[in-house]
Design a protein around this ligand. Structure first.
Ligand code: 76R
Length: 281
């Protein structure tokens, strides 16, 4: 973007919205059985109804994206993934849960705050062309080269839209975990030149593309927003693909040498009604 830099130029209006893309919040809750036991049947019914409405992604005023899942293991019972251009609309869901009849029942166990981004390693059309010449030895006068370049140029705006304002897949299994690129004296990602980081991310992308149709990934950025640098959300067509992609990527140099990971949450997509039924609320 070309913004005038002389001192009299007006600055953009202060805003909590991003110039492009969305805010993202992953929320995890554990059911407190003691609190649940204390609700009367009518309070419980009221709480259930309010929550089902609140978590309905189609209700008026709902955040742009809202997905509910039930979590395996003791880390959590209920998982929510929420996205919107307005961070306070997202946070409103969290506050409404807390303030509802089920607010004492659903105890927060983990959260992760991030924003969408187009990674600096997504090649521009020009960089993609350079890559075809360098690594695939294609010549610029080859019609196949022009065809590939045009196809990429056509796909790129859609791909970037999906990175910034993603549709959530409805595949049954989802996995979330935060990660960093390490800053160890012997393996410091941030001391590597862009060219070598870019080459490693290209290797990473190549290994990821093999999972097309089985795993859908969304990388959200959290440097400055949460305790890790990225959040990784995966949706799997089946459960084994999640294990397979995470295992396979451990061998990419970008992961093998430079990545460290936080807690993993594996969960199964459900409608709010199904999720509450499953949690026996
Ligand atoms: O966005 C794109 O699809 C372009 C290529 C690409 C980038 C730039 C890409 C492709 N990733 C990118 C960036 Mn990824 N990714 C992860 C993990 O478990 C691990 O070892 C790592 C966790 C998975 C499973 C995964 C999957 N990726 C990133 C970044 C940001 C780095 C930065 O900006 O500095 C991280 C942290 C990260 C981590 N990645 C893909 C995948 C898959 C499946 C693909 C192929 C997507 C496709 O084109 O279909």
């Amino acid at each position: 973007m070309n913004r005038p830099t002389h001192s009299h130029a007006p600055l953009p209006d202060p805003t909590s919205k991003l110039v492009e893309g969305w805010h993202c919040l992953h929320l995890y809750y554990r059911v407190d059985q003691m609190a649940l036991n204390q609700l009367s049947p009518s309070e419980l019914a009221e709480g259930r109804e309010a929550l089902v409405h609140l978590l309905d992604p189609e209700r008026p005023g709902a955040p742009a994206r809202l997905q509910t899942s039930v979590v395996s293991g003791h880390k959590a019972d209920l998982g929510l993934m929420i996205m919107d251009s307005d961070p306070l609309l997202i946070d409103g869901v969290r506050q409404a849960i807390r303030a509802s009849r089920l607010g004492t029942v659903l105890q927060p166990s983990y959260s992760f705050v991030s924003i969408t981004e187009v990674s600096e390693y997504v090649p521009t059309v020009e960089q993609y062309g350079d890559k075809l010449q360098r690594s695939e030895g294609m010549k610029t006068d080859d019609p196949a080269y022009t065809a590939k370049l045009n196809a990429y140029g056509q796909r790129l705006p859609m791909m970037n839209r999906q990175r910034l304002c993603p549709d959530f897949p409805s595949w049954p299994v989802t996995c979330f975990y935060p990660m960093n690129k390490i800053r160890h004296p012997l393996a410091n990602w941030y001391m590597e030149p862009f060219s070598s980081r870019s080459a490693m991310m290209s290797e990473h992308a190549t290994s990821g593309i093999k999972f097309a149709g089985r795993v859908s990934q969304l990388i959200t950025a959290s440097t400055g927003y949460d305790d890790w640098e990225w959040g990784v959300t995966l949706w799997g067509r089946n459960p084994e693909s999640i294990k397979e992609i995470v295992y396979t990527m451990r061998f990419d140099t970008a992961s093998a040498k430079y990545a460290e990971f936080g807690p993993f949450y594996i969960s199964y997509l459900k409608t709010p009604v199904e999720a509450l039924d499953h949690l026996q609320i």
